[in-house]
Design a protein around this ligand. Sequence first.
Ligand code: FA5
Length: 339
Amino acid sequence: LEQKSLKDIKETVDLSKLNEVRVNLLGKKGPITEVLRGMRELSKEERPKVGSFANEVRDNLTETIEKRRSELEQAHLERKLKRESIDVTLPGKPVAQGNPHVIQQIIDNIEDLFLGMGYQVVEGPEVETDRYNFEMMNLPKDHPARDMQDTFYITDEILMRSQTSPVQARTMEKHDFSKGPLKMISPGVVYRRDTDDATHSHQFHQIEGLVIDKHITMGDLKGTLETLAQELFGDRFEVRLRPSYFPFTEPSVEADVTCFNCMGEGCKVCKYTGWIEVLGAGMVHPNVLKMAGVDPEVYGGFAFGLGPDRFAMLRYGVDDIRNFYLNDVRFLSQFNKRG
Ligand code: FA5
């Protein structure tokens, strides 16, 4: 029995079988237990002999089983490690990474340019008061020029800002001119009840610019706008300044860039004019300075408000502004910086 059992144990190839063998041999109903149980019937002389022999056999079997168990466990572990081993040389799975929206990229680019010229970046509220959006901008309640910016009103006094110009007044009020000139830009979202078309969206971006100091001239404005156009378009497009009207600047200008789609010939995108308007600007009106607590006899400056959406259209040849707002990843991923 012992020899056969030892052979069985050694030939067992899995752990659950081994357990079965153990229970059969050493369990309550196994042959060893039976022998030990039968000892009562033996004579006094036989008992110790049979007893010690049975114990010896049991110990031998137990030891062999334990040895086999650890062999099988080791083999199992080795198989598992082999199966689960990682090939570190395999290429990894690509992880999709987010990217700044193309308009944000243009805004970042413009911010960097102006920060480099010593401007500060200021933000203002999108839900604005009529006072800052219009009145402080020299547009009293009954002013006809309010029609230039069809506005979403929330109450009589509160509205979705139609331009970033209110940040001019907010910043001038706080600025301590004894400490130096004011140079700021303010990017943000603005809202208008414009009918959406290829170059108009009811929600779009603007970047306001403002410089107030003692001897600022129209020449400074022109130089600044030329630097901006050069940065964004290089020599690819022509830029023209033409006289315009804004209640908060005097004189006022608008800047147009040759239409990328027809290069001046005239097409649907530019409504057959050959030009796309990208910004409004001018010398800050004395009334605006006065209302913000700045003495127009001492200080003056220029301001501009540009449309980054239009800049993005020109720079990348996008013929419909609405593409920027549809959130179609196939369109937007063309502008990914990280590929
Ligand atoms: C203004 O909003 C003035 N606040 C700009 C300004 C600031 C003038 C400071 C003088 C001094 P305007 O309404 O023209 O001006 O808009 C400025 C720019 O915003 C436009 O040149 C254009 O680039 C962009 N823009 C205007 N309306 C839309 C629209 N519906 N969709 C997309 N871009 C627009």
